[in-house]
Design a protein around this ligand. Structure first.
Ligand code: NAD
Length: 384
């Protein structure tokens, strides 16, 4: 058996030694968690100083954003990885000092149940794999962060929530913008009606998939309906839906939607461009859009007595906010580091994540209604 597959224990590394010390300091918490739970895995006892996170799927987002962000967290630590590619495992082990026994592949994944250095499994796989790995992580007694979209259907979201509830573990969705200060500001401006009630919003997020990029692994699965669940809407349109929901603080009651394809040969299975309109109970109307055929990125809200916007809005950084009174003077932050540290706090304080499974489920309800409207030639479809 290769070291990649094995669970052998090597001589302790410096980090393991420090963790052993910190576990000693957290002995009371550990002792409490060691009480047997009948019929299910015991939820993990957090390490005394840091929450150990294992990333599942070492693709673009995990490599380019999450692993670097983990180095900037104060309450989390990258303690494990799950990958089907042995060469990636070697690179990550060296770069992030991950010991052999914390490296898993998709066959050995369930053995994580025995690893007390891993408190949280972070699922960063193609969308169709989110439900399976979230449920398996919960069954291994681990808390879960699952990337957006939470799953490819409402039913899968419900199954994931149930699995986490049954296992007594927490579930959080990778909605990083809830931890970004410009977005936090527009939540306040909208929900507290600082400029009066929001009347109309325009939210859009899209990027162009070039014809030459369609064979790239991280694009290939995005064009496959079974793997992705849908196209631009599932991938990036979801941010426009989120923006509308957290600015209004309400759930949309109905949608209408229209689809356009300029390259049907590329987007034979998934949507390329969608326009959608969301109706909110207190009267706000949202003009939403998403595409794989151009780069745009904006949240705009007009209210009774003014307006506010973030443009660019939805990226990993570089947010620029303005209101009718002038620019928002706010610094950008490492969103993912804040997101993971916030989840670590939820685990320690035993409270739900603000970006819970229910939050992910509500977006899937809106997404399903939008696809239903397209299928019904733009008819008005109630949500949920
Ligand atoms: P990616 O293709 O770069 O990475 C996917 C990983 O899954 C790869 O390491 C791949 O090897 C692995 N994998 C395992 N089984 C696979 C299979 N059968 N087919 C294809 N890949 C397989 O994709 P990504 O851009 O990193 O996206 C991963 C997830 O993260 C998606 O759900 C995406 O929506 C989400 N994401 C979120 C953000 C964000 O800002 N929150 C940004 C990018 C991606």
């Amino acid at each position: 058996m290769s070291s990649f597959q094995s669970q052998q224990i090597d001589a302790p590394t410096r980090r393991q030694f420090l963790k052993t010390l910190s576990r000693g300091a957290g002995g009371a918490a550990l002792a409490a968690s060691a009480a047997p739970l009948v019929g299910r895995a015991a939820p993990p006892a957090p390490h005394a100083e840091t929450i150990g996170i294992a990333l599942v799927g070492l693709g673009n987002y995990a490599t380019g954003q999450l692993a670097p962000a983990l180095q900037e967290t104060t309450k989390c630590e990258l303690t494990g990885i799950v990958t089907g590619t042995p060469s990636k495992a070697e690179t990550w082990k060296q770069k992030y000092e991950i010991p052999d026994e914390n490296v898993y592949n998709y066959e050995t994944f369930d053995r994580i149940v025995d690893n007390d250095e891993i408190d949280v499994i972070y699922v960063v796989l193609p969308n169709s794999m989110h439900a399976e790995y979230t449920i398996r992580a919960a069954e291994a007694g681990k808390h879960v962060i699952c990337e957006k979209p939470m799953a490819t259907s409402v039913q899968e979201c419900k199954d994931m929530i149930d699995a986490c509830d049954t296992a007594g573990v927490k579930l959080s969705i990778g909605y990083r913008l809830h931890f970004e200060p410009h977005h936090q500001r527009v939540m306040t401006l909208g929900q507290e009606e600082v400029f009066g009630p929001v009347t109309v919003m325009q939210n859009g997020f899209g990027f162009r998939i070039s014809d030459s990029a369609t064979d790239e692994p991280h694009i290939e699965w995005r064009l496959d309906k079974e793997m992705a669940g849908g196209g631009a809407l599932m991938d990036v349109g979801i941010y426009a839906i989120q923006g509308a929901r957290y600015v209004t603080g309400e759930e949309p009651v109905a949608v209408t939607a229209q689809e356009y394809k300029t390259r049907p040969e590329v987007f034979s299975e998934v949507d390329e461009t969608l326009f959608f309109q969301l109706e909110f109970p207190s009267g706000t109307v949202v003009d939403g859009s998403t595409t794989y055929n151009g780069n745009y990125n904006r949240l705009y809200a007009t209210a009774r007595d003014g307006w506010f916007e973030i443009s660019p809005s939805y990226g990993y950084g570089g947010q620029k906010g303005r209101t009718h009174e002038g620019p928002m003077e706010i610094e950008t932050v490492n969103q993912q580091a804040r997101q993971m540290d916030a989840f670590a706090e939820c685990i320690r304080q035993d409270r739900p994540s603000r970006v819970s499974g229910e939050e992910g489920l509500r977006d899937l309800q809106v997404i399903e209604a939008i696809y239903d409207s397209v299928a019904a030639d733009g008819a008005r479809v109630p949500v949920g």
